[in-house]
Design a protein around this ligand. Sequence first.
Ligand SMILES: Cc1ncc(COP(=O)(O)O)c(C=O)c1O
Length: 374
Amino acid sequence: MPAAHLPGMDYERPLFFRVMQYAARADRDVVGMVSGNPDWEPPAALRDGLRAYADADPEAFQYPPSEGLTKLRAEIAERRGVDVDRVIVTNGTGEANYLAMASALDRGAGDEILLTDPVYPYYPGKTELLGGTQRYVPADEDGQLDPAAVRERASEDTAAILVNTPNNPTGAVYDEATMRDLVAIAEANDALLLSDEVYDHFDYSGRFASALGVDSEHRIVTNAFSKSMAITGFRVGYAVFPEELVDAAKTRHMLVNVAGSRPAQQAVLTALQETDPAYYEANRELMAERVETFTAALDDAGAEYTTPDGGFYVLARFEDFPGTLANVERLIDEAGVAGMPGDAFGTAREDWLRFALVTPRVEEAADRLAEFFG
Ligand SMILES: Cc1ncc(COP(=O)(O)O)c(C=O)c1O
C-alpha cells in the first residue's frame, strides 16, 4: 500500500498544508500560527559560512562522508559529551527519528511504539510506515508524562518509548527524574527510549533534562539545528545511537540518502563554532515574551490554555468551539487567525486549537481572538 494511503500518513502533511493553503487563499489578512518555522534571523556566522562556501573549490561540492562532515560530528560529540562514533548527521530531526524508530523495530524485541497522546503527528505516520504498531500513553492536563502510566503500558512487545521534550504540542518539559524513569522502563522491557529534543534551546522552565544525561545503551537522542538556528529549510540534524545499533543506522541512512547536504552542514559547523550563546538566549527570551503576551491576551478572550514550559506552541480552548478543521477554517475567515486543529494531535486535545508563536504578530492574533470570542 502506498505510504500516502496509510492511516497515520493522513495526519499532518495534508492537514498542515491544507490549513496553510486555506489561510493563503483567504479573502483577508490572516496571522499565520500554523507552522513551527522560526521568523527570526539565523546566526550571522551561518550566513557568512554559506557565502564563503559559494566560492569554494569544486571539490567542496562533492559527496561528504555519508554519516556527516567529520568536523561537524566531532563538534556535536564534544558539545553533547558523547563518543563521536555514535553520532550520525541526518536530514533534520525528521530523519533522525525515522532512523531511531527503524533501529528499535529492527532489533526484533517487540513491534510496538509507545507514543503519548497528544502526539506529534509524524510519529504515528512513521510507525505505520515502518510496520510497527502504536500504543498510547495519555499525558496529563499539563502535558506531563507520568512514568507509572508508561510503566503500566510497556511490555515485551514494546520496541520503543518515543517522547518529545520540550513537547509539541503541549509545551511540557520533562524533568531529570522523568527522563531517568523513562530510560529505566525502556531497559526493564528490553526496549529503547527515543527522545526527540529538537526544541531543547527553548526551555523556559530551566527543568529540561536531555536523555543524554542518563547513560544507557537503551536510549537514542534526536535533535537538529532547525529550530535553534532558525533554519528548518537547511535539513541538518543528528542522532546519538547506542554503540551496538549505530552501524546499522549508518547503513540505513546511506542507503536512503547517500549523504546529507554538504553546504548546509558546513554552514552549520561554522555557525556552531562562531556563535555566541547570547544568540540562543535572545531567541529563547523572545519566545518566552511571546508566550506571556499571547497567554495574557487569551485571558482577555476568556480562553482556557496551557502555558508552555518550552517549545513554540500554545494549546487553547474556547467554549463551544472544538478543535476541528471546520472551526480552524472559520477562525481564518472570521477572526483572521490560522492555527492547527487539536484533533490532528491524537484524541486528548480534540477540543483545543494549537497556535505556533513563531510570528511577531502574537498580540494582534490574540486581540483578534478576544474580539471574535468576546
Ligand atoms: C517534535 C518535532 N520533531 C521533529 C520535527 C522536525 O524537525 P526537523 O525540521 O529538524 O526535521 C518537528 C518540527 O516541527 C517537531 O515539532
